[in-house]
Ligand binder design. Structure first.
Ligand code: NDP
Length: 397
């Protein structure tokens, strides 16, 4: 059906490549390119069957990207490198007339601040070029946004309260590790908290609001309000929302490590001189922390991510909870990566499938909730991320 260029050979890229390799009717040719080609080669070798071609590319360099895209001529570029590369890859897509999909919004390297404004600013140019950009097609953002769209379409006349709940109840056996790129993850979770209420953003100190929430098959876990990128597009696309929050679970041990990391300056993003070499503390920290892509082997337990929604249906108040539980062990058996890479890579593959099948194809720049959620929801059940619905329950929120 189509050719895809995947950029980024980390944990998420591994899952996207595995999943695409297993669907040759949809993904007829797949090229995996990244900064370090040997990582692409290892992934391709593990998948086997000569399904994945590999290449080296510096995705910060637009001419290099353009050359690679012109050589391979993909129908779609799937960006699972880092958020820093979003704009250069979008520039290369514009120059070559190829559509684009990613899982995380742009963040400048020099400022820990992610916002959609930079990518939304490409909307007119993508429209004029007749190409599609699908933004935020991982799990959160991604499936959480699609769950919201599905709930709004099928179960509510008006959605009013949205709480996205993200629990990782897994155990990787390390004293401290992050589940995806440490630099991006630590920048995200050490920020101030922020949520939407009554038409405006409310800012909190980091981890200021917290309470135990019960997760299905897992039980109660302390959950913290943090700012997460899908809130920005969801409050724009669902103006009936009176409140929208994002909750994430953290263990005490994780928070203690995080506090120490911050207190001693290791989360810093400003370059410092060390022995005559300029280093960025958080990038050095990434180099000594466990590689998230290699946590899988001993990872046990589950992730549980979902949306708890309250609103109106037929003039009456209604509650709804839709979620997926994903086993780290099952994810590892299938793809050699842990559950967080799996829950991100599978939706990216499905988004790419939606594009190639022409279901999610419209010129411009769109967040995933702006497309039809139904065919995507159907594919989640077919490709390892089945979802469960509960109606009229106590949301605890
Ligand atoms: P990793 O750090 O494991 O992988 C990133 C990959 O990108 C590495 O292979 C890296 O190369 C490559 N890369 C980095 N810079 C460049 C560059 N300039 N040119 C080419 N390649 C480059 O990250 P993850 O796989 O954990 O995460 C990938 C993306 O997924 C991130 O953007 C992350 O924010 C997002 N994500 C989204 C989630 C969601 O639910 N929406 C959840 C989790 C992650 P090298 O190997 O040489 O370092």
């Amino acid at each position: 059906m189509g050719k895809v260029l995947i950029i980024g050979a980390g944990g998420v890229g591994t899952v996207v490549a595995h999943k695409m390799a297993g669907l040759p009717d949809v993904f007829t040719e797949v090229l995996l390119a990244s900064r370090t080609k040997s990582k692409c080669d290892t992934i391709a070798k593990n998948i086997g069957g000569n399904r994945i071609k590999t290449a080296q590319v510096d995705a910060d360099n637009v001419p290099e990207l353009v050359e690679l895209i012109n050589d391979f001529k993909p129908d779609l570029v799937v960006n699972v490198a880092l958020p820093y590369q979003d704009l250069t890859i979008m520039d290369a897509c514009l120059e070559t007339g190829v559509s684009y999909l990613d899982t995380a919004n742009y963040e400048p390297k020099e400022e820990a601040k992610f916002e959609y404004k930079w990518q939304w600013a490409y909307a007119d140019r993508f429209k004029q070029a007749g190409i599609t950009a699908i933004l935020g097609c991982g799990f959160d953002p991604g499936v959480t946004s699609i769950y919201t769209a599905y709930a709004a379409k099928h179960h509510f006349d008006e959605i009013q309260y949205l709480d996205i709940v993200d629990c990782n109840a897994g155990d990787h056996g390390k004293a401290f590790a992050t589940n995806f790129n440490p630099e991006i993850n630590i920048r995200e979770v050490t920020q101030k908290g922020k949520y939407w209420e009554n038409g405006q953003w409310v800012t909190t100190e980091p981890h200021e609001i917290h309470k135990p929430l019960n997760y299905p098959e897992i039980g109660p876990k302390e959950s913290y309000v943090i700012y997460h990128e899908e809130l920005e597009s969801l409050v724009k696309n669902y103006p009936t929302l009176k409140r929208a929050r994002f909750w994430m679970t953290f263990g005490q041990e994780y928070l203690t490590h995080l506090r120490v990391i911050q207190n001693i300056g290791m989360a810093g993003i400003e370059p410092i001189m060390y022995n005559g070499v300029e280093i960025v503390p958080i990038q050095f920290l990434k180099a000594v922390l466990p590689n998230p892509g290699e946590l899988g082997e001993n990872y046990t337990g589950w992730t549980s991510i979902g949306c708890r929604i309250k609103g109106l249906k037929d003039g009456k108040e209604k509650t709804y909870y839709v979620y997926n539980n994903c086993s780290h062990e099952v994810a590892y058996k299938e793809t050699g990566t842990q559950g967080v890479s799996y829950t991100t890579g599978v939706p990216a593959m499905i988004g790419a499938m939606m594009y190639l099948k022409g279901i999610w194809k419209k010129p411009g720049v769109y967040n995933v909730e702006e497309f039809n959620p139904d065919p995507f929801m159907e594919q989640l059940n077919n490709h390892g991320l089945p979802w469960v619905e509960q109606h009229d329950i106590d949301l605890e929120l």
